[in-house]
Design a protein around this ligand. Structure first.
Ligand code: ADP
Ligand code: MG
Length: 337
C-alpha cells in the first residue's frame, strides 16, 4: 500500500464536484440559488451550447465584499451558517459552502461582484486564480462559467444530448421561477429568450409564462392549513394533465424538493379523476417549522427528511380534492391576460 496523505485541494474540489455538479443544470441550480440567497430581485441566466460553452448568471443581490471574494471559493466557506445548531434552522437554499469551489475546479470561471462600492473581478482557470482586478460598482454579482468539464473528460462523456441537457436547465429555472414569483427571472439560450417572468409575486402569472396563458383557466388555487403546516398553490383540473410526474412541483419552505410520498398525495387528491399514467400540473407550496425538516441529507438538497410527512400528505390530498371537486370549486376571476 502507498503512504497515506491528504489530497491536494484542487483534486479534493474536483471529487466534491462529482456530487454537486453532475451536469450543466446543476451549475445553473447552484448559481441561481446563490443569487436567491443574496436577496436578488432580478436574475438573468444566459447559456450557450446547452451550458457547455457558457453559463452566466447575473443578479442584482447583495454582492460580495472585495476582501471576501477569494474566501467564497474555498471549500466549506459559507456566510449562511456558523454553528451546529444553525443546521436545524436553515432558511437559505445554500449552506454547505461547496458550490463555488466545485464548479470552479471543473471550468474556467469569472466572477464580478460588488456590494455597491468598487467591485471585484476574479478570473480562474481550472480552479486556479489567474487574474484579479476591479469591476463596476453595480450592486450584484455576475458569475460566468466557461468550458464546463473541459478538464474532466469522463464527466463530459457521460452527458446526454444538448437537447436533453438544455431541457434539464429549463426545468431547473422554471422551478426556481415558480418558487420565487417575487423575483424577475429571464433565461436565454444561444440568444433565444425561453422564459421571462415579471417578478410581481403572482404564481399564476409565472405558470402562464411557463405552461402557456391558455392553460391558466385550468389551474385552480389550493389552500389548506392547520396549526403547524400551511399548504398553498395551484393544481390543474383533471382535463389538463401530462404523461410525466415532473410537472408536479413541491416547494418546501422555498426549496424545490423531490418526494415520492408527497407527489402521491397530490395524485390521491384526484381520487379516480385522473387517467392511468396521467399526472396533473401542480405547484404545492408547503410551509412548516424549519426545525421539522432535515435538508442535510444529500449534497443537492433536493431530498429532505420531514418529520410530519404523513400529516402533510393528508393536508395536500384534502386541499387538492377540495379544489378539483366540481361541487366546491371556487369561482375564479378571469385569468390575468
Ligand atoms: P453556500 O451557498 O452553500 O454558502 P457557495 O459555494 O455556493 O456556498 O457560496 C459561498 C459563499 O459565497 C456564499 O455563502 C455567499 O456568501 C457567497 N456568494 C456566492 N454567490 C453569491 C452571489 N450571487 N451573491 C452574493 N454572495 C454570493
Ligand atoms: Mg450556494
Amino acid at each position: 500500500m502507498a503512504k497515506i496523505h491528504e489530497l491536494p485541494v484542487l483534486l479534493a474540489d474536483q471529487i466534491a464536484a462529482g456530487e454537486v455538479v453532475e451536469r450543466p443544470a446543476s451549475v445553473v441550480k447552484e448559481l441561481v440559488e446563490n443569487a436567491v440567497d443574496a436577496n436578488s430581485t432580478e436574475i438573468n441566466v444566459n447559456v450557450e451550447s446547452a451550458g457547455l460553452k457558457v453559463i452566466q448568471v447575473i443578479d442584482n443581490g447583495d454582492g460580495i465584499a472585495g476582501d471576501e471574494v477569494q474566501t467564497a471559493f474555498l471549500r466549506h466557506a459559507t456566510s449562511k451558517i456558523a454553528e451546529q445548531r444553525d443546521l436545524f434552522r436553515v432558511k437559505t437554499l445554500g449552506f454547505r459552502g461547496e458550490a463555488l469551489p466545485s464548479i470552479n475546479s471543473v471550468s474556467d470561471l469569472t466572477i464580478e461582484t460588488s456590494t455597491g462600492d468598487v467591485g471585484t473581478q476574479l478570473q480562474f482557470k481550472g480552479g486556479k486564480l489567474v487574474s484579479q482586478g476591479i469591476a463596476a460598482p453595480r450592486k450584484g454579482t455576475t458569475v460566468t462559467v466557461n468550458q464546463l468539464f473541459y478538464n474532466t473528460p469522463a464527466r463530459l462523456k457521460y452527458l446526454k444530448s444538448p437537447g436533453t441537457e438544455l431541457s434539464q436547465i429549463t426545468d431547473v429555472i422554471n422551478r426556481l421561477a415558480i418558487s420565487y414569483p417575487q423575483i424577475s427571472f429571464s433565461f436565454t439560450s444561444d440568444g433565444r429568450e425561453l422564459l421571462r417572468t415579471a417578478g410581481r409575486g403572482q404564481v399564476d402569472a409565472v405558470l402562464g409564462a411557463i405552461y402557456g396563458q391558455k392553460n391558466l383557466n385550468k389551474l385552480v388555487p389550493i389552500t389548506k392549513e392547520n396549526l403547524e403546516i400551511q399548504v398553498t398553490g395551484y393544481t390543474s383540473l383533471p382535463e389538463l394533465t401530462r404523461a410525466s410526474r415532473k410537472y408536479m412541483s413541491l416547494i418546501l419552505n422555498g426549496r424545490y424538493i423531490r418526494n415520492y410520498q408527497l407527489s402521491r398525495a397530490i395524485v390521491d387528491g384526484y381520487g379516480s379523476k385522473l387517467m392511468v399514467g396521467r399526472y396533473p400540473i401542480s405547484v404545492i407550496n408547503i410551509t412548516v417549522d424549519p426545525a421539522l425538516v432535515d435538508v442535510n441529507v444529500h449534497p443537492t438538497k433536493q431530498e429532505v427528511r420531514i418529520s410530519n410527512e404523513q400529516e402533510i400528505m393528508t393536508l395536500i390530498s384534502q386541499a387538492v380534492d377540495a379544489a378539483v371537486s366540481p361541487q366546491v370549486r371556487i369561482p375564479q376571476a378571469d385569468p390575468v391576460p
